[in-house]
Design a protein. Structure first.
Length: 465
């Protein structure tokens, strides 16, 4: 049976509070409890605490429905749930609102929404699913500009998703979301080492998605995913100009201080990082750090459509020299783009494909049995491949001009070891040229895996991609 235990202040607003500057607190202990609060107006404040399993929190803060642009401003919700199978639905409409939801336990679910069709700017939402937790899910949805969303998860098999867009109620409406920030941090208290042949105490299997302005192009948005452990999946999609996306798997230097000491042996194995950006002057970064020869490989795929973009993949560049079998693929379509891949270890594969003009591609491998391929279509491209400290390295550069006198240039330097091979094909327009991608790029087992792995694991209750 549901139990609702409210303080006197909370009882005053247990149904609807219409005035401004309302406050309330609620404290519940035990199982199968529920609390629902609705506040209308501005500068309202509510604090909800639950200790036990199977509890529910539902809170709505909104503006006066009689106004032309409904939305309550400067409201705050603080909610804490300790126990398992908890559910928190928190929603605010208006500007400069704050939500802080803390859940400690397993199989908890957090669903946070800020904004409405009228206006909503400068909102902050934070969801913390804390130490020792597992199988938790968190979703934050914010509309319009200058919002900040943060999800921190410390456990295994967790799921996080952040979506920021101009108007979630009417995707076809004009306007664009700008200067939003989204951060997802997933760590673990797992103390098993990741070096050599040591088996980890458990897999982490965390999944995180960030979607920024996928309906209407936005500008100057920032997205970051930081995660450690095994078999993690990170996926960022941004539309618009001047955006910045970063996925870091296995490097705790980017983890917030409160979470930085949970696992000093953090590394990335079987990590999957996908970044897709549409627009100009965007930046994409993926950092993955394996730990030893027996660790499974990481996968990174980046796609940028537009001009003056920059994409960077770093796989174990500062880690073990025997990390094995990483895969990187970068695709850029447009002009004046830059793609950089850096890999350290053994048997890595790196592919860069650029279409447009005046693009630059660089692949650096410090490895044995490495394969690097750059394919460029258009004019005035620059390609560079370097490999060292290994042997059995293969470098393939293909540059196909769109006009006569395309002005391409290349550099290929393979040093150390034996059996290194360099293959270069440069060609102007009007010459016979059937395929400017090497067959290995299409038939590589890693490429097939990349296609299969890029699936949308969205929370079905939210109904968005």
């Amino acid at each position: 049976m549901k139990k609702v235990v409210l303080s006197a202040a909370a009882l005053m607003l247990g149904t609807i509070a219409f005035a401004q500057d309302n406050t309330g607190t609620s404290t519940q202990t035990g199982t199968d409890n529920a609390v629902r609060v609705r506040q209308i107006g501005t500068s309202n404040d509510v604090k909800l605490e639950q200790n036990g399993d199977n509890n529910f929190v539902g809170t709505l803060q909104t503006g006066d429905n009689g106004t032309t642009t409904p939305g309550g401003d400067a409201n705050r919700i603080i909610s804490e749930q300790i126990g398992d199978n908890g559910t928190g639905f928190l929603q605010q409409e208006g500007d400069s609102n704050r939500i802080n939801l803390n859940q400690d336990g397993t199989f908890n679910y957090a669903d946070v929404k800020q904004g409405n069709a009228g206006r909503s700017e400068g909102n902050i939402a934070t969801v913390n699913q804390n130490a020792g937790s597992a199988n938790n899910a968190a979703s934050i949805f914010q509309t319009h500009d200058e919002n900040d969303a943060t999800i921190n998860q410390n456990g295994t098999a967790d799921y996080a998703r952040i979506r920021q867009s101009a108007d979630g109620n009417n995707p076809s409406s004009p306007g664009a979301a700008t200067e939003n920030k989204a951060t997802i941090t997933q760590t673990s208290t797992n103390t098993g080492t990741h070096a050599g042949s040591t088996t980890n105490a458990s897999d982490y299997n965390n999944v995180s998605f960030i979607r920024q302005n996928t309906e209407v192009d936005g500008v100057r948005n920032v997205a970051a995913i930081v995660v450690d452990g095994e078999d993690n999946y990170g996926d960022i999609k941004q539309d618009g100009d001047g955006n910045n996306a970063t996925i870091n798997q296995g490097d705790l230097s980017m983890v917030p201080a409160a979470y930085s000491t949970v696992n000093a042996n953090a590394k990335s194995n079987l990590g999957k990082a996908f970044i897709v950006q549409t627009g100009d002057e965007n930046k994409a970064q993926a950092h993955q750090f394996g730990s030893g020869a027996t660790d499974p490989s990481d996968l990174s795929v980046q796609m940028q459509l537009g001009d003056d973009n920059r994409a960077v993949v770093v796989q174990n560049a500062a880690g073990s020299s025997v990390a094995d079998g990483n895969y990187a693929r970068q695709i850029q379509e447009g002009d004046n783009n830059t793609a950089i891949t850096q890999q350290n270890g053994r048997s890595h594969e790196a592919y860069t494909l650029q279409e447009g003009n005046t693009n630059k591609a660089t692949i650096m491998q410090q490895s044995t049995n490495g394969y690097a391929q750059i394919s460029q279509y258009g004019d005035s491209h620059v390609a560079s491949i370097t490999s060292s400290q290994g042997g059995n390295a293969n470098a393939v550069i293909t540059q196909h001009g769109a006009v006569s006198g395309s002005g391409h240039s290349f550099s290929a330097v393979l040093t150390g070891g034996a059996n290194n091979a360099i293959n270069v094909h440069q060609q102007d327009a009007g010459m016979t040229f059937t395929d400017y991608t090497n067959p290995q790029m299409v038939t590589s087992p890693s490429m097939k895996n990349a296609t299969n792995l890029h699936t949308d694991k969205s929370l079905t209750s939210n109904g968005y991609n």
